[in-house]
Design a protein around this ligand. Structure first.
Ligand code: ADP
Ligand code: C5P
Length: 244
């Protein structure tokens, strides 16, 4: 026998125009695992909602003159390479419904474009993507859903060589040197241990259409619950339990 139980509570009415809290999704995974690809696919499927993508890469710190001179010795895969305070500030502003100016990062010159920003508007869904978005608890606590994109290391390295030589102005030797010295050790020390925080792990990234469809369905359900509360402000849906 199956029973479906939806607990609801009629209490004091919620304000009808209570500010809408965006649904925040974190997408993590190793370099070139397909994080951006997965985010783009989710955004495409949610075309009838306002969805914005924030990249952790935008919050890379600028290098000092000394660091720039020896850029090959700089570890871009360590948590300290990001300005997490600024990322938190931006995310909190977006969560509270304000628009923000997100820095634009130049991977060829390892620095932020000092004059231009990307304006990100308030939205229904905010996706925060990056190798270390699950590392800091304060950033994790902003998220309603955490996705880890799990792609084999050899596939990621092959993609990274192709991408960095074609798009990021690197040569093959420098990519391999950086990978062995910094990218792989930091993946083992920081990225992989943060996988335990994920709610959903997607094997094969953007090739996994079933996982992406399920995730989109879940987001639609969450957004729909919010709309229901707006239509029937006296009814709070606490939770639903399904037993088979
Ligand atoms: P990440 O955001 O994790 O660094 P991307 O989504 O940007 O990863 O993908 C890294 C590179 O691999 C890009 O050049 C992208 O076009 C390519 N790529 C991503 N997913 C696939 C896939 N499923 N099949 C083939 N190439 C892919
Ligand atoms: O897009 P992806 O997740 O791969 O971006 C993160 C990677 O970018 C890190 O593994 C880091 O080594 C690399 N990176 C770089 N040069 C920079 C900044 C980041 O190679 N200036």
């Amino acid at each position: 026998p199956s029973s479906a139980k939806a607990a609801s509570y009629s209490g004091s009415p919620a304000p009808v125009d209570a500010p809408k809290q965006p649904f925040v999704i974190g997408v993590s995974g190793g370099t070139a695992s397909g994080k951006t690809t997965v985010c783009d696919m989710i955004i495409q499927q949610l075309h009838d909602h306002r969805v914005v993508l924030v990249n952790q890469d935008s919050f890379y710190r600028g290098l000092t003159a000394e660091e720039s001179e020896r850029v090959q010795d700089y570890n871009f895969d360590h948590p300290e390479a990001f300005d997490t305070e600024q990322l938190l500030e931006c995310m909190n502003q977006l969560k509270s419904g304000q628009s923000v100016n997100v820095p634009i990062y130049d991977f060829k010159n390892h620095r932020r474009c000092s004059e231009s920003f990307r304006k990100v508007n308030a939205s229904d869904v905010i996706i925060l993507e990056g190798i270390l978005v699950f590392h800091d608890q304060r950033v994790r606590d902003l998220m309603d859903m955490k996705i880890f994109v799990d792609t084999d290391a050899d596939i990621r390295l092959a993609r990274r060589i192709r991408r960095d030589t074609v798009e990021r102005g690197r040569d093959v030797n420098s990519v391999l040197e950086q990978y062995g010295r910094f990218v792989k050790p930091a993946f083992d020390d920081f990225v992989l241990p943060s996988k335990k925080y994920a709610d959903v792990i997607i094997p094969r990234g953007g090739d996994n259409h079933v996982a992406i469809d399920l995730i989109v369905q879940h987001i639609r359900t969450k957004l729909g619950q919010h709309d229901l509360c707006k239509i029937y402000p006296n009814v709070y849906v606490i939770h639903s339990t399904f037993q088979i």
